[in-house]
Design a protein around this ligand. Structure first.
Ligand code: NAD
Length: 416
């Protein structure tokens, strides 16, 4: 097998962005995936995705009405899940049970039990079955180079990794479900990206979490979408005028990492005025200011007496800091003038390429199921630390010694 026969399940905005990722792979001459089928509960979404795939990759996949049809089709070797997160386990568990490789959008699930169900299904699947979590923020050149700088020791011992997002308004964030507790609220939905990138940059996992999740905007209102607008305008048009939020839209958290460093994370999409999108890493011998994820911006590394950007760093760091497929997909590692859709598609192309190569080469994917669960656990641990009045360890939340507080959601999702 030189190309992975894959079916996309979930052809909403994110599924369509995956198709753009396949388009970017095709343009880079890295056709490692054969999209053989698309599937969505809404046949209009599936038909449109098939048309878009044809335009982007030159081949129209079959439209398959249900998952059951996919799983009896031996031509489909892998499933790419891009449905809303509350149903990820309902697709991933039978897919793994039928011996299919799975790439699942983040958050892997909306509860620890949901994640565990997927990991258990993977453990029971035939040896060599790949389970990957779709985490693409880390895969851009700036994060690749920043990680290599930290790993090289150039910054000395790391004191703090900092990610701040603060500022916004009371508009619905992309879709109504992102404000509902049982569906995967936006502080979890977006927080997992930030937790994943922090662990990736640190090179170690989080060890304990202290923080709080909260609802900054109790009522979210319909309004213009300013992110990937072409993809989300339709969902917004179908949204009610108001959504009463039942799930956290905000999080502030401080993590202790396994090596003793601290990682601070805030995501508060509320409050007019300046939008703070800041990332930095501080070590004993230097610091990095990172551009916002998927912005294509440059890094600024400050050492005693020296200031370095990505181009300088690539001359000093080992060859392969940006791997060959990533180089082919992105081209110039600094590209702030490119449209977001193009930068996003490039990040997704790297994820899809890694997943396909993991299957074809019989190796683990870069972000496996356990790492996907780790990011979910990081956010849920921060949420439950406030009512407990103390930090929560990774071990406690993953083993269930400390509950994620979502037993009712588990029951509603058939996980209890
Ligand atoms: N990595 C990122 O940057 C990023 C960005 C946005 C969304 N996401 C993730 O992508 C996923 C999808 O997000 P979205 O905004 O496209 O959601 P969405 O709700 O707008 O779209 C989901 C699609 O899945 C379909 N669907 C739902 N259940 C299904 C089932 N059982 N079988 C087949 N189809 C089904 C729906 O009909 C819909 O077309 C979520 O997990 C979200 O967190 C990731």
């Amino acid at each position: 097998m030189d190309r992975l026969p894959l079916a996309l399940v979930g052809c909403g905005p994110m599924g369509r962005r995956h198709l753009r990722g396949l388009g970017a792979l095709h343009r880079a001459g890295l056709d490692v995936i054969d999209l053989v089928a698309v599937c969505d509960l809404d046949p209009r979404h599936a038909e449109r995705a098939a048309d878009e795939a044809a335009a982007l990759t030159g081949r129209r996949p079959r439209v398959v009405p249900s998952m059951d049809d996919l799983l009896v089709d031996d031509a489909v070797r892998a499933i790419d899940i891009a449905t809303d997160p509350a149903v990820h386990h309902r697709i991933a568990v039978p897919a793994l049970g039928a011996g299919r490789h799975v790439l699942c959008e983040k958050p892997l699930s909306v509860t620890i039990r949901g994640c565990r169900a997927i990991l258990d299904a993977h453990a029971a699947a035939p040896a060599g079955t790949v389970l990957a979590t779709e985490e693409h923020f880390r895969r851009g050149p700036a994060n690749r180079v920043a990680k290599a700088v930290v790993a090289s020791g150039m910054l000395g011992a790391i004191h703090l990794i900092r990610t701040t997002w603060a500022g916004g308004d009371d508009r619905i964030l992309l879709t109504p479900w992102r404000h509902l507790r049982e569906k995967g609220p936006i502080a979890l939905d977006n927080g997992v990206h930030m937790a994943d990138v922090q662990q990736y940059l640190a090179g170690v996992r989080w060890d304990s979490a202290w923080g709080r999740g909260f609802i900054a905007e109790p009522v979210r209102r319909k309004g213009p979408v300013d992110f990937s607008a072409d993809m989300y305008a339709e969902a917004m048009a179908a949204a009610p005028d108001e959504v009463v939020a039942t799930g956290e839209d905000s999080i502030v958290a401080l993590f202790r990492m396994e090596d003793g460093a601290s990682a601070f994370l805030s995501w508060i999409p509320s409050g007019p005025g300046h939008l703070y999108l800041e990332r930095s890493i501080h070590g004993r011998d230097g610091s990095i200011v990172l551009p916002p994820d998927r912005s294509g911006g440059d890094l600024l590394v400050r050492l005693a007496g020296r200031t370095l950007g990505i181009a300088d760093l690539l001359r000093e760091l080992p060859a392969g800091t940006i791997d060959e497929p990533t180089e082919r997909i992105f081209g110039d590692p600094v590209h702030p003038d490119r449209p977001f859709a193009e930068i996003d598609a490039a990040h997704l192309a790297v994820t899809l390429h890694d997943f396909a190569r993991a299957v074809l080469d019989g190796r683990p994917p870069e972000v496996d199921g356990a790492e996907g669960m780790d990011a979910v656990a990081a956010i849920l641990a921060a949420f439950v630390s406030e009512p407990l009045g103390r930090a929560v360890t990774r071990e406690e939340i993953l083993t269930g010694t400390v509950s994620d507080g979502l037993a009712d959601v588990d029951r509603a999702l058939g996980l209890a």
